[in-house]
Design a protein around this ligand. Sequence first.
Ligand code: SF4
Length: 296
Amino acid sequence: MSIYDSIEEAAKELYIRALKDIPADVRAALDRGLRAEQQSGNTTAEQVLFTIIENIKVADEQDTLVCQDTGLPVFRVRIGTALNVDGAEIESRLRIGCERATREYPLRSNTVHPLTRKPTHTNTGQGIPAVKLGFARGTDEIEIVMAPKGSGSENMSFLKMLNPADGRKGIKRFVVECVFESGARPCPPVILGVGLGGTSDVAMQLAKEASCFREIGSSNPDPDAAQLEAELLDLVNRTGLGPQGLGGATTALAVHVEWAHTHISHNPVAVNIQCWRGERARAVISADGGIRYGAS
Ligand code: SF4
């Protein structure tokens, strides 16, 4: 198999795996949420989390999808700089992989034209799959992480160009406002991604990285950002919104912050929400075309 054949095969397989096999860190976070609600005596929140966990078990046993929404395909690809590869061919094979997953599994297709609403029936189209390409120095491998993004959570995306004088307090206020605005629609408990700084588009990309591609429980290496993550998680869980918006202490499984430097007169804050499903799947392709699937 050529490296491009392997990329196509991995793209197909990752799309299906991400929808069926919830990552271990998400399962552990849901279990922690269930124990917390049991200890607090909130039987409604406990029942909702119990049902979510049962849903995952049934999907495991029946080898089927966890939720009906197969989302829009989103890939993060890191190409080793020791590899000499054709980036356009990589993008093309990712697209073909999504189309094959949709046809061969088969998956529900969600892609439509934004004006005519005409469906493509392939889960691909202009600009879709969304692909974020990056590079890793000193390796001859390609890492692909796939995170299908369902509509309930992706519809809850927000951007605000705050005033620099709004500072940390303004950032926190905006994030909590977004949580209230979202309510039950993104299927809480959520994974809340916050992107700070950069330009407006960079902030949105950082928020997506934070919500979809970070391991739950991981902290930002920057101590200020890590502290903000802890403060926001506490604030969001004190809203009382709870699992599926029915009340409780587990509104978010995690808050992840990613940041970039920004203009002296900018203060962009973006919020992207991932639902309890927290779906993502990872593969590493070696130079000889070998594929290793594994934890992301
Ligand atoms: S928000 Fe997530 S769990 Fe809820 S319906 Fe959409 S994909 Fe499914």
